[in-house]
Design a protein around this ligand. Structure first.
Ligand code: NAD
Length: 261
Protein backbone atom coordinates (compact mmCIF):
# COMPACT_ATOMS: atom_id res chain seq x y z
CA UNK A 1 0.00 0.00 0.00
CA UNK A 2 2.88 2.37 -0.75
CA UNK A 3 0.56 4.71 -2.69
CA UNK A 4 -1.82 5.38 0.22
CA UNK A 5 -2.75 9.10 0.23
CA UNK A 6 -1.66 9.46 -3.40
CA UNK A 7 -4.08 10.22 -6.22
CA UNK A 8 -3.79 8.83 -9.73
CA UNK A 9 -5.62 10.05 -12.80
CA UNK A 10 -5.63 7.61 -15.71
CA UNK A 11 -7.00 8.80 -19.04
CA UNK A 12 -8.74 6.20 -21.19
CA UNK A 13 -9.28 3.82 -18.29
CA UNK A 14 -12.74 2.41 -18.89
CA UNK A 15 -11.19 -0.60 -20.59
CA UNK A 16 -7.99 -2.37 -21.57
CA UNK A 17 -4.60 -1.17 -20.35
CA UNK A 18 -5.99 1.97 -18.68
CA UNK A 19 -8.38 0.02 -16.49
CA UNK A 20 -5.54 -2.30 -15.49
CA UNK A 21 -3.38 0.72 -14.55
CA UNK A 22 -6.20 2.16 -12.43
CA UNK A 23 -6.81 -1.13 -10.61
CA UNK A 24 -3.09 -1.78 -10.02
CA UNK A 25 -2.52 1.72 -8.63
CA UNK A 26 -5.63 1.42 -6.45
CA UNK A 27 -4.36 -1.95 -5.20
CA UNK A 28 -1.38 -0.02 -3.80
CA UNK A 29 -3.73 2.37 -2.02
CA UNK A 30 -4.02 5.28 -4.47
CA UNK A 31 -7.30 7.07 -4.96
CA UNK A 32 -8.07 7.01 -8.67
CA UNK A 33 -9.87 9.05 -11.28
CA UNK A 34 -10.89 6.94 -14.23
CA UNK A 35 -11.86 8.39 -17.60
CA UNK A 36 -13.08 7.21 -20.96
CA UNK A 37 -16.13 6.21 -22.94
CA UNK A 38 -18.52 3.30 -22.69
CA UNK A 39 -21.87 2.19 -21.30
CA UNK A 40 -22.75 4.19 -18.17
CA UNK A 41 -23.68 1.03 -16.24
CA UNK A 42 -20.47 -0.76 -17.14
CA UNK A 43 -18.34 2.26 -16.17
CA UNK A 44 -20.17 2.62 -12.85
CA UNK A 45 -19.59 -1.08 -12.18
CA UNK A 46 -15.85 -0.66 -12.75
CA UNK A 47 -15.69 2.50 -10.61
CA UNK A 48 -17.63 0.97 -7.72
CA UNK A 49 -15.62 -2.25 -8.08
CA UNK A 50 -12.36 -0.35 -7.55
CA UNK A 51 -13.72 1.26 -4.37
CA UNK A 52 -14.99 -2.05 -3.03
CA UNK A 53 -11.95 -4.15 -3.95
CA UNK A 54 -9.27 -1.72 -2.76
CA UNK A 55 -10.96 0.53 -0.15
CA UNK A 56 -9.95 3.73 -1.98
CA UNK A 57 -11.92 6.56 -3.52
CA UNK A 58 -12.61 6.16 -7.24
CA UNK A 59 -14.11 8.92 -9.35
CA UNK A 60 -15.13 8.97 -13.00
CA UNK A 61 -14.62 11.80 -15.47
CA UNK A 62 -16.34 11.68 -18.85
CA UNK A 63 -13.92 14.25 -20.31
CA UNK A 64 -13.31 13.85 -24.03
CA UNK A 65 -9.56 13.74 -24.69
CA UNK A 66 -10.17 15.61 -27.96
CA UNK A 67 -11.31 18.69 -26.02
CA UNK A 68 -8.65 20.76 -24.21
CA UNK A 69 -11.18 22.56 -22.00
CA UNK A 70 -12.66 19.24 -20.81
CA UNK A 71 -9.18 17.91 -20.03
CA UNK A 72 -8.37 21.01 -17.96
CA UNK A 73 -11.73 20.74 -16.16
CA UNK A 74 -11.08 17.03 -15.39
CA UNK A 75 -7.72 17.88 -13.81
CA UNK A 76 -9.25 20.84 -11.92
CA UNK A 77 -12.05 18.68 -10.47
CA UNK A 78 -9.60 16.00 -9.36
CA UNK A 79 -7.37 18.60 -7.71
CA UNK A 80 -10.35 20.18 -5.97
CA UNK A 81 -11.30 16.87 -4.38
CA UNK A 82 -7.87 15.35 -3.75
CA UNK A 83 -5.51 18.35 -3.54
CA UNK A 84 -3.23 17.28 -6.37
CA UNK A 85 -2.80 14.60 -8.96
CA UNK A 86 0.33 12.74 -7.85
CA UNK A 87 0.33 10.21 -10.64
CA UNK A 88 -0.84 11.18 -14.12
CA UNK A 89 -1.17 8.39 -16.63
CA UNK A 90 -1.75 9.61 -20.16
CA UNK A 91 -3.14 6.51 -21.76
CA UNK A 92 -6.22 7.24 -23.91
CA UNK A 93 -5.71 6.13 -27.45
CA UNK A 94 -7.43 5.02 -30.61
CA UNK A 95 -6.26 3.39 -33.81
CA UNK A 96 -7.19 3.58 -37.48
CA UNK A 97 -5.66 1.43 -40.19
CA UNK A 98 -5.57 2.69 -43.81
CA UNK A 99 -3.04 3.58 -46.52
CA UNK A 100 -1.82 7.15 -46.05
CA UNK A 101 -3.28 8.39 -49.35
CA UNK A 102 -6.70 7.09 -48.30
CA UNK A 103 -6.36 8.01 -44.62
CA UNK A 104 -9.50 9.95 -43.57
CA UNK A 105 -8.43 13.47 -42.53
CA UNK A 106 -10.75 13.48 -39.52
CA UNK A 107 -9.22 10.18 -38.31
CA UNK A 108 -5.71 11.66 -38.53
CA UNK A 109 -6.87 14.67 -36.50
CA UNK A 110 -8.61 12.47 -33.90
CA UNK A 111 -5.61 10.20 -33.42
CA UNK A 112 -3.17 13.09 -33.03
CA UNK A 113 -5.57 14.82 -30.60
CA UNK A 114 -6.30 11.77 -28.41
CA UNK A 115 -3.02 9.83 -28.60
CA UNK A 116 -0.64 12.80 -28.45
CA UNK A 117 -2.10 16.24 -27.76
CA UNK A 118 -4.27 15.15 -24.81
CA UNK A 119 -1.06 14.19 -22.96
CA UNK A 120 0.17 17.76 -23.41
CA UNK A 121 -3.07 19.27 -22.08
CA UNK A 122 -3.27 16.93 -19.05
CA UNK A 123 0.42 17.34 -18.21
CA UNK A 124 0.23 21.11 -18.58
CA UNK A 125 -2.73 21.25 -16.20
CA UNK A 126 -1.43 18.78 -13.58
CA UNK A 127 2.22 19.86 -13.34
CA UNK A 128 1.93 23.03 -11.21
CA UNK A 129 0.44 21.11 -8.23
CA UNK A 130 3.01 18.30 -8.65
CA UNK A 131 5.80 20.89 -8.63
CA UNK A 132 4.34 22.49 -5.50
CA UNK A 133 4.33 19.10 -3.73
CA UNK A 134 7.81 18.21 -4.98
CA UNK A 135 6.68 14.73 -6.01
CA UNK A 136 5.04 13.37 -9.11
CA UNK A 137 4.95 10.57 -11.62
CA UNK A 138 3.87 11.06 -15.20
CA UNK A 139 3.51 7.87 -17.20
CA UNK A 140 2.56 7.97 -20.86
CA UNK A 141 1.44 4.93 -22.80
CA UNK A 142 3.55 4.89 -25.94
CA UNK A 143 3.87 1.71 -28.02
CA UNK A 144 6.45 -0.31 -29.93
CA UNK A 145 5.25 2.12 -32.61
CA UNK A 146 7.19 4.83 -30.73
CA UNK A 147 10.33 3.12 -32.08
CA UNK A 148 9.34 1.36 -35.29
CA UNK A 149 6.59 1.70 -37.90
CA UNK A 150 4.04 -0.58 -39.48
CA UNK A 151 2.38 0.23 -42.78
CA UNK A 152 -1.13 1.72 -42.76
CA UNK A 153 -0.75 3.24 -39.26
CA UNK A 154 0.69 6.64 -40.19
CA UNK A 155 -1.24 8.72 -37.64
CA UNK A 156 -0.71 6.25 -34.78
CA UNK A 157 3.02 5.86 -35.46
CA UNK A 158 3.44 9.64 -35.74
CA UNK A 159 1.55 10.18 -32.46
CA UNK A 160 3.52 7.50 -30.58
CA UNK A 161 6.88 8.80 -31.81
CA UNK A 162 5.62 12.20 -30.65
CA UNK A 163 4.79 10.83 -27.19
CA UNK A 164 8.38 9.58 -26.83
CA UNK A 165 9.71 13.06 -27.63
CA UNK A 166 7.19 14.77 -25.37
CA UNK A 167 8.16 12.40 -22.53
CA UNK A 168 11.85 13.29 -22.87
CA UNK A 169 11.18 17.01 -22.99
CA UNK A 170 8.97 17.18 -19.91
CA UNK A 171 11.37 14.90 -18.01
CA UNK A 172 14.18 17.37 -18.59
CA UNK A 173 12.03 20.32 -17.55
CA UNK A 174 11.09 18.79 -14.17
CA UNK A 175 14.19 16.70 -13.45
CA UNK A 176 15.05 18.58 -10.25
CA UNK A 177 11.46 18.76 -8.96
CA UNK A 178 10.95 15.20 -7.68
CA UNK A 179 8.87 14.37 -10.72
CA UNK A 180 9.71 11.58 -13.15
CA UNK A 181 8.27 11.35 -16.64
CA UNK A 182 8.39 8.10 -18.57
CA UNK A 183 6.55 6.22 -21.26
CA UNK A 184 5.78 2.52 -21.48
CA UNK A 185 5.96 1.02 -24.95
CA UNK A 186 3.95 -2.20 -25.13
CA UNK A 187 3.95 -4.50 -28.09
CA UNK A 188 0.62 -6.12 -28.92
CA UNK A 189 -1.62 -6.36 -25.88
CA UNK A 190 -4.92 -8.19 -26.26
CA UNK A 191 -7.46 -5.37 -25.67
CA UNK A 192 -10.51 -3.99 -27.51
CA UNK A 193 -8.15 -1.61 -29.41
CA UNK A 194 -6.34 -4.55 -31.01
CA UNK A 195 -9.47 -6.61 -31.55
CA UNK A 196 -11.19 -3.71 -33.35
CA UNK A 197 -8.37 -3.18 -35.88
CA UNK A 198 -8.49 -6.77 -37.10
CA UNK A 199 -11.34 -6.24 -39.62
CA UNK A 200 -9.59 -3.19 -41.20
CA UNK A 201 -6.27 -5.01 -41.36
CA UNK A 202 -8.05 -7.96 -43.00
CA UNK A 203 -9.36 -5.54 -45.60
CA UNK A 204 -6.15 -3.52 -46.08
CA UNK A 205 -3.99 -6.66 -46.48
CA UNK A 206 -6.60 -9.06 -47.88
CA UNK A 207 -6.13 -11.60 -45.09
CA UNK A 208 -8.29 -13.82 -42.85
CA UNK A 209 -8.66 -13.11 -39.12
CA UNK A 210 -6.28 -15.95 -38.20
CA UNK A 211 -3.72 -14.65 -40.70
CA UNK A 212 -3.91 -11.15 -39.20
CA UNK A 213 -3.38 -12.51 -35.66
CA UNK A 214 -0.56 -14.90 -36.50
CA UNK A 215 1.11 -13.38 -39.58
CA UNK A 216 0.70 -9.62 -38.87
CA UNK A 217 0.26 -9.04 -35.15
CA UNK A 218 2.27 -11.84 -33.54
CA UNK A 219 4.69 -11.94 -36.49
CA UNK A 220 6.33 -8.85 -35.02
CA UNK A 221 6.47 -10.28 -31.51
CA UNK A 222 9.26 -12.87 -31.10
CA UNK A 223 7.67 -14.39 -27.96
CA UNK A 224 4.55 -15.18 -30.06
CA UNK A 225 2.43 -14.15 -27.10
CA UNK A 226 0.33 -11.08 -26.48
CA UNK A 227 1.57 -8.83 -23.65
CA UNK A 228 -0.99 -8.76 -20.82
CA UNK A 229 -2.59 -5.64 -19.36
CA UNK A 230 -1.45 -6.76 -15.90
CA UNK A 231 2.20 -6.82 -17.02
CA UNK A 232 1.94 -3.27 -18.39
CA UNK A 233 0.24 -2.06 -15.20
CA UNK A 234 2.91 -3.68 -13.01
CA UNK A 235 5.59 -1.64 -14.77
CA UNK A 236 3.61 1.54 -14.13
CA UNK A 237 3.39 0.65 -10.43
CA UNK A 238 7.14 0.07 -10.35
CA UNK A 239 7.72 3.50 -11.91
CA UNK A 240 5.89 5.00 -8.91
CA UNK A 241 8.26 3.42 -6.37
CA UNK A 242 11.27 5.16 -4.81
CA UNK A 243 13.45 2.52 -6.47
CA UNK A 244 12.45 4.03 -9.83
CA UNK A 245 13.13 7.68 -8.96
CA UNK A 246 16.21 7.84 -11.21
CA UNK A 247 14.32 6.46 -14.20
CA UNK A 248 13.13 9.47 -16.14
CA UNK A 249 12.87 10.56 -19.75
CA UNK A 250 12.71 6.98 -20.99
CA UNK A 251 10.35 5.02 -23.18
CA UNK A 252 10.48 1.49 -21.80
CA UNK A 253 9.66 -1.32 -24.21
CA UNK A 254 7.51 -4.24 -23.05
CA UNK A 255 7.09 -5.89 -26.40
CA UNK A 256 8.16 -9.53 -26.27
CA UNK A 257 11.34 -8.62 -28.15
CA UNK A 258 9.64 -6.84 -31.08
CA UNK A 259 11.99 -3.83 -31.17
CA UNK A 260 15.09 -5.98 -30.63
CA UNK A 261 14.74 -7.31 -34.16
P1 NAD B 1 -8.87 0.29 -25.35
O1 NAD B 1 -9.64 0.57 -26.58
O2 NAD B 1 -9.18 -0.90 -24.52
O3 NAD B 1 -8.86 1.54 -24.38
C1 NAD B 1 -8.82 2.86 -24.86
C2 NAD B 1 -9.41 3.75 -23.80
O4 NAD B 1 -9.36 5.10 -24.28
C3 NAD B 1 -10.87 3.45 -23.48
O5 NAD B 1 -11.11 3.65 -22.11
C4 NAD B 1 -11.60 4.49 -24.30
O6 NAD B 1 -12.91 4.79 -23.82
C5 NAD B 1 -10.66 5.66 -24.16
N1 NAD B 1 -10.87 6.71 -25.14
C6 NAD B 1 -10.91 6.61 -26.49
N2 NAD B 1 -11.16 7.81 -27.02
C7 NAD B 1 -11.28 8.69 -25.99
C8 NAD B 1 -11.54 10.08 -25.89
N3 NAD B 1 -11.75 10.84 -26.98
N4 NAD B 1 -11.60 10.62 -24.66
C9 NAD B 1 -11.41 9.88 -23.55
N5 NAD B 1 -11.16 8.57 -23.57
C10 NAD B 1 -11.09 7.98 -24.79
O7 NAD B 1 -7.35 0.22 -25.85
P2 NAD B 1 -5.97 -0.16 -25.14
O8 NAD B 1 -5.34 -1.18 -26.00
O9 NAD B 1 -6.14 -0.43 -23.71
O10 NAD B 1 -5.18 1.19 -25.38
C11 NAD B 1 -4.74 2.03 -24.34
C12 NAD B 1 -3.45 2.70 -24.76
O11 NAD B 1 -2.45 1.70 -24.98
C13 NAD B 1 -3.54 3.49 -26.07
O12 NAD B 1 -2.78 4.69 -25.95
C14 NAD B 1 -2.90 2.57 -27.07
O13 NAD B 1 -2.36 3.26 -28.16
C15 NAD B 1 -1.83 1.93 -26.22
N6 NAD B 1 -1.26 0.70 -26.73
C16 NAD B 1 -2.07 -0.40 -26.91
C17 NAD B 1 -1.49 -1.56 -27.40
C18 NAD B 1 -2.29 -2.79 -27.63
O14 NAD B 1 -1.76 -3.72 -28.27
N7 NAD B 1 -3.51 -2.89 -27.15
C19 NAD B 1 -0.13 -1.60 -27.69
C20 NAD B 1 0.65 -0.47 -27.47
C21 NAD B 1 0.06 0.67 -26.98
Amino acid sequence: MFLKDRTALVTGSTSGIGLAYARALAAEGANVVINGFGEADAIEKERAGIEKDFKVKARYSAANMMKPEEIAAMVGEAEKEFGAIDILVNNAGIQHVAPVDEFPIEKWDQIIAINLTSAFHATRAALPKMKAKGWGRIINTASAHAFVASPFKSAYVAAKHGIAGFTKTVALEVATKGITVNAIAPGYVWTPLVEKQIPDTMKARDLTKEQVINDVLLLAQPTKEFVTVEQVAALAVFLCTDAAKSITGTTLPMDGGWTAA
